[in-house]
Design a protein around this ligand. Structure first.
Ligand SMILES: Nc1ncnc2c1ncn2[C@@H]1O[C@H](COP(=O)(O)OP(=O)(O)O)[C@@H](O)[C@H]1O
Ligand SMILES: NC(=O)OP(=O)(O)O
Length: 315
């Protein structure tokens, strides 16, 4: 991996903003973002060219709920518009947090958060089967009540409680990739494709929003390919990926090749709706020509880039 280029797309997990159900205020989210950005700042100080993406699952669900609760007084906003709102607000928050961390360690770089659209296929079967959890967690009774009374689609989310789900098509391409590339090449630290990007369809005459929430790991995976980034780094709450996760036979994976990971995926080793989609996004990046995927927690990101921590998956 000595010859791998020093461009890295970092997908910051939802845990970086909402650490638990009782810490959802903007102040809590800012504190959590600062902790993640401290480690991103160190990567930049180490000479990595970093593009940051982030999730928006909780935030876009909160906003949709606000819109619905205000519906007697104010007009509705479609999900793509809410995706844009959360991308802007969260990108702004990450930008401020990263700027403070840069100042603490003397990094002199300008940060820019871009409103970024992700092209999807209107015929993607995902539009027929909502799978992307958004918003707050509920107990089963509350979820079933909202399903019956409000027409929500709900699922049990990876053992953590029940959540509303919406359609989550796969990214076809990130529309603003050349703007991102230009900014990166000119020394900016770019925050882009937040929440997977705002979902749009293309009709030959431009883009039109479509109601969905794109998985941020798939968005980051596509962005990393389009930028020819050497590394896709997926940061989440665990230090590494395991097989037999949470069992007495748990084994943490260090360096693994994509074929081995595909076998573990087929064997059901990765949590549905949690680790499995990250692994699928990693495989997609590597199969489209990407070189290396790292999955680790924010404090270990800098060490993992040097091959000293986390799980590294290579083609
Ligand atoms: N095989 C596995 N190895 C490691 N973590 C796993 C595994 N299967 C499920 N997980 C869980 O997946 C979580 C990451 O998914 P998730 O919480 O959805 O990510 P995000 O950080 O994007 O919100 C980990 O924190 C862990 O609890
Ligand atoms: N859009 C998205 O995948 O967000 P979360 O990671 O917060 O679920």
């Amino acid at each position: 991996m000595e010859d791998i280029n020093r461009t890295v797309v970092v997908a910051v997990g939802g845990n970086a903003l909402i650490t638990d159900k009782t810490h959802i205020s903007l102040q809590d989210q800012y504190a959590a973002a600062s902790e993640a950005m401290k480690h991103v700042a160190q990567m930049v100080a180490d000479g990595w060219s970093v593009i940051v993406t982030h999730g928006n699952g909780p935030q876009v669900g909160f906003l949709l709920r606000r819109v619905e609760l205000a519906s007697a007084e104010l007009p509705p906003i479609p999900l793509d518009g809410l995706g844009a709102d959360t991308q802007g607000a969260t990108g702004y928050m990450f930008g401020n947090a990263l700027g403070h961390e840069f100042a603490k360690i003397g990094v002199d770089k300008q940060i820019v958060a871009l409103v970024t659209r992700t092209v999807v296929d209107a015929k993607d079967p995902a539009f027929q089967k909502p799978t992307k959890p958004i918003g707050s967690f509920m107990d089963e009774d509350e979820a079933k009540r909202r399903e019956a009374e409000l027409g929500w689609d709900v699922v049990e989310d990876a053992g953590r409680g029940w959540r509303r789900v919406v359609a989550s098509p796969k990214p076809v391409r990130i529309a603003e990739v050349e703007a991102i590339r230009t900014l990166v090449e000119n020394g900016f630290t770019v925050i882009a494709a937040g929440g997977g990007g705002i979902p749009v369809v293309e009709d030959g005459e431009g883009f039109t929003g479509i109601e969905a929430v794109i998985d941020k790991d798939f968005g980051a995976s596509m962005l990393a390919n389009q930028l020819d980034a050497g590394t896709l780094l997926i940061s989440t709450a665990v230090d590494a990926v395991a097989i037999n996760f949470n069992t007495p036979d748990e084994k943490w994976l260090g360096n693994v090749c994509v074929d081995e990971v595909k076998e573990y995926l087929a064997a059901g080793q990765f949590g549905a709706g949690s680790m499995a989609p990250k692994i699928e996004a990693a495989i997609a990046f590597l199969e489209r020509g990407g070189r290396r995927v790292i999955i680790t927690s924010p404090p270990l990101m800098a060490a993992a880039l040097k091959g000293e921590a986390g799980t590294t998956i290579t083609a």
